[in-house]
Design a protein around this ligand. Structure first.
Ligand SMILES: CCCCCCCCCCCCCC(=O)SCCNC(=O)CCNC(=O)[C@H](O)C(C)(C)COP(=O)(O)OP(=O)(O)OC[C@H]1O[C@@H](n2cnc3c(N)ncnc32)[C@H](O)[C@@H]1OP(=O)(O)O
Length: 210
């Protein structure tokens, strides 16, 4: 079980860079595994080699994914985040930045690893990217929160292998509730997915922050 966010080891840039490089290679491996057409013997041989590499990495293991020193907010410091974490091979990764006026924006491309309907992005993957962007926008208001509701409108299919943009902004704060909305836009500038969400800051989190 992962430890609380406050107990995480924080990686310096020199420590993070080779681990991000490792994740990038594993990302390539995942895509190669999805698309390979090698024969059965070769697939078994490669699987054995990968198992050996996995054991080498497991030899020295953390209790929980580390943080990065970079990033102004706790949420963009999570090195293992499945959307934006540079150390997580499952993350595309989406590099999310926030402007001074609280708009969170990121450009990204999703390959065949994220396919849902043939040649289009899986709707759950779009939801995950939007949850993260809206969550980060909510955090720009001060304290972030847990996603309590997330509503999506899939306007048109989101293409694979093309540059996409995600944008999000918090609209209002009511006590512990933070409302945010956002979109994913395709290469033609047309919105493919719209999202609205409500985040709730847990009471215990407010106590920890004081
Ligand atoms: C933890 C903070 C993290 C910050 C870092 C950012 C990381 C971000 C990562 C980025 C993205 C990734 C993000 C992720 O992936 S977050 C992971 C996905 N989300 C979760 O797992 C959330 C699970 N749920 C909970 O933890 C609790 O239920 C929460 C914290 C949401 C509320 O439990 P709490 O005990 O505190 O609430 P309360 O009962 O005192 O109610 C308070 C008010 O809220 C209203 N309400 C509550 N729930 C709902 C609901 N579902 N719909 C509508 N309304 C709801 C409620 O009516 C009341 O309103 P009012 O009666 O006062 O008007």
């Amino acid at each position: 079980m992962s430890g609380a966010m406050t107990e995480r080891h924080t990686l310096g840039e020199d420590e993070a860079a080779p681990l991000a490089g490792l994740a990038a290679r594993v990302r390539e491996l995942i895509e190669a595994a999805v698309l390979t057409d090698v024969g059965r013997d070769e697939a078994r041989a490669v699987a054995d080699e990968i198992a050996a590499l996995t054991e080498r990495l497991r030899a020295v293991r953390r209790d929980a994914p580390p943080f990065l020193v970079t990033g102004a907010h706790r949420i963009d410091r999570q090195a293992g985040n499945p959307v934006s974490g540079p150390l997580n091979p499952v993350a595309p990764p989406v590099d999310l930045d926030a402007t001074a006026d609280g708009i969170v924006r990121g450009e990204f491309t999703l390959n065949d690893v994220y396919e849902g309907p043939p040649s289009y992005v899986h709707g759950g993957v779009s939801a995950m990217v939007l949850d993260q962007a809206l969550g980060m926008a909510a955090a720009q208001t001060g304290v972030g929160g847990m996603t309590a509701t997330l509503e999506l409108r899939y306007r048109r299919p989101t293409p694979l292998g093309m540059p996409l943009t995600v944008e999000a902004k918090a609209s209002r704060v009511e006590g512990r509730k933070i409302y945010a909305s956002g979109t994913i836009t395709g290469p033609d500038g047309r919105v493919t997915v719209e999202a609205t969400a409500m985040f709730v800051t847990p009471q215990n989190f407010l106590v920890q922050e004081r």
